[in-house]
Design a protein around this ligand. Structure first.
Ligand SMILES: [Zn+2]
Length: 482
């Protein structure tokens, strides 16, 4: 922070995150919950709020919400209900949103995060299920007016509220990224901020460093990327510190982040819960999750990403960076472990996956589960490299063909003559030829110019089309050059 007065204050941040649950249909009707359909094509009397229609809870949405709550270490409420949150807005056809107020589905969890190399557990106050609102579409310049698209109305949303325990923008961003990874691990949401399937609002206050009482909190909205969250929070903390240093009072309000100007601006006074006149929705039965269902979901939970990262470093002796990249997505981590189970040396498999594999997958625009290279193929290729039968350079070429054609490593090596040349007699002959053709380089090396050796090795590689065993070439050369 550029303002020195900011150092006297500490930030207190809580995040309210909304994620779209990846269900086929909406949360209270049978309409598709998909993204990108033409406006107002995924609608019915229920999600349009027409008189006489009745909502019915989508079981898949409930399961996803419970799974997320369990993954985040929450208690599952033995009894919870849906409430109506009343407010008027053109994208809300019923004039109320079905949400949960005093009896959320899940409460009292936590998420371990890593920021600035330190681990901390951030408390999660509650996780509840609600419906999304529609979307206002404004035409360019406003000439054609504004329209409303109700396709998103009724798409299941999970609201995840953290305790006000985040102490700065770095921690807030680390929390969001860890939450995204964790929810993607259980497959309940894509958590794609660009498509709006993960949205984040922040409550920010500051207080004198070491003080117990909380300052006045300001809600910040309209942050559309992780970067925007970091920048908006840094700006807002500095703005509050500057205001307090100048003797101003902080207003309790909602502010919008304006990315282009790089500032937050007041939007409205902060509403209170009683402004919404919450009351139980009489159209929906209370939710009483069966103990057997909760236990079934609990038993299906995967190892959390951060714990898996630690295990990859410990068990496979991988550098911290490798462990982080490999566990970023559950599919990648599963694939790596399948390679090791098939006999691949862990670090060699990690290099191939993090390098060639992820690059080619990105180019092809496909997920790892659609790759034609089976884990056994990775094991086969790393074995050939370790045994000196294929050079590291040739291995990349072999892998590219395995990826494109789905053929086995040995088969490609044989068919394309890529086997490493380790025949000493043959290599001595090639080295002799190269030295005779490049007498100046040989003389330079003998005169103490170590660089000249690299040039000669390069010529040998060229003469053997990259197949020469580099260790053997070096040994033969040093002998030949005395
Ligand atoms: Zn509908």
């Amino acid at each position: 922070m550029s303002d020195p007065s900011a150092a006297a204050y500490e930030a207190v941040i809580g995040l309210e995150v909304h994620v779209h649950l990846k269900t086929r249909s909406k949360v209270f009707c049978g309409c598709p919950a998909s993204f990108g359909a033409p406006p107002n094509t995924n609608v019915c009397p229920v999600c349009l709020g027409l008189p006489g229609s009745l909502p019915v809870l989508n079981e898949a949405a409930l399961r996803s919400a419970l799974l997320a709550g369990l993954m985040l270490g929450c208690r599952i409420a033995p009894f919870s209900k849906f409430d109506r949150k009343n407010y008027f807005y053109p994208d809300l056809p019923k004039n109320y949103q079905i949400s949960q107020y005093d009896l959320p589905l899940c409460a009292g969890g936590g998420l371990e995060i890593e920021a600035d190399g330190r681990r901390r557990r951030i408390g999660i106050t509650r996780v509840h299920l609600e419906e999304d609102a529609g979307r206002l579409v404004h035409t360019e310049g406003g000439a054609g007016g504004s329209g409303v698209d109700f396709n998103r109305t009724g798409v299941p949303l999970l609201e995840i509220v953290s305790e006000p325990e985040l102490r700065g923008p770095e921690e807030a961003v680390a929390y969001l990224k860890e939450l995204r990874r964790t929810l993607r691990y259980i497959g309940v949401s894509d958590c794609d901020m660009e498509k709006g399937s993960l949205r984040c609002d922040a409550n920010v206050s500051i207080r004198p460093r070491g003080a117990a009482a909380l300052g006045v909190k300001v809600e910040v909205k309209n942050m559309n990327s992780f970067r925007a969250v970091g920048k908006a929070l840094a700006h807002e903390i500095e703005r509050q510190a500057r205001a307090l240093a100048e003797g101003e009072r902080i207003a309790r309000e909602t502010r919008l982040w304006e990315a282009e100007a790089g500032v937050t601006r007041p939007m409205r006074g902060k509403e209170e819960a009683h402004d919404y006149r919450y009351f139980p929705d009489p159209d929906l039965v209370p939710v009483v999750p069966a103990a057997a269902l909760v236990e079934e979901l609990r038993a299906s939970l995967p190892e959390p990403p951060l714990r898996r990262r630690d295990r990859f470093a410990d068990r496979y002796g991988l550098p911290a960076y490798d462990a982080e990249v490999l566990t970023a997505e559950r599919e990648t981590a599963d694939y790596f472990e399948a390679c090791v189970a098939a006999g691949a040396e862990p670090k060699a498999a990690s290099n191939l996956i993090m390098g060639e594999m992820l690059r080619l997958l990105k180019e092809a625009g496909i997920p790892i589960r659609e790759a034609k290279v089976a884990p056994a193929g990775i094991a086969e290729l790393t074995r050939l490299v370790a045994a000196g039968e294929v050079s590291g350079t040739a291995a990349k070429e072999v892998f590219a063909e395995m990826f494109a054609a789905g053929r086995g490593a040995e088969e490609i090596v044989r068919a394309r003559g890529l086997a490493q040349l380790s025949d000493e007699g043959e290599l001595e002959r090639v080295v002799g030829e190269v030295l005779r053709a490049n007498p100046q380089s040989a003389a330079d090396y003998r005169a103490g110019k170590a660089k000249a050796l690299g040039f000669i090795v390069g010529r040998v590689m060229k003469a053997t089309k990259g197949r020469a065993n580099p260790g053997l070439v070096n040994k033969i050369l040093k002998k030949a050059l005395g």
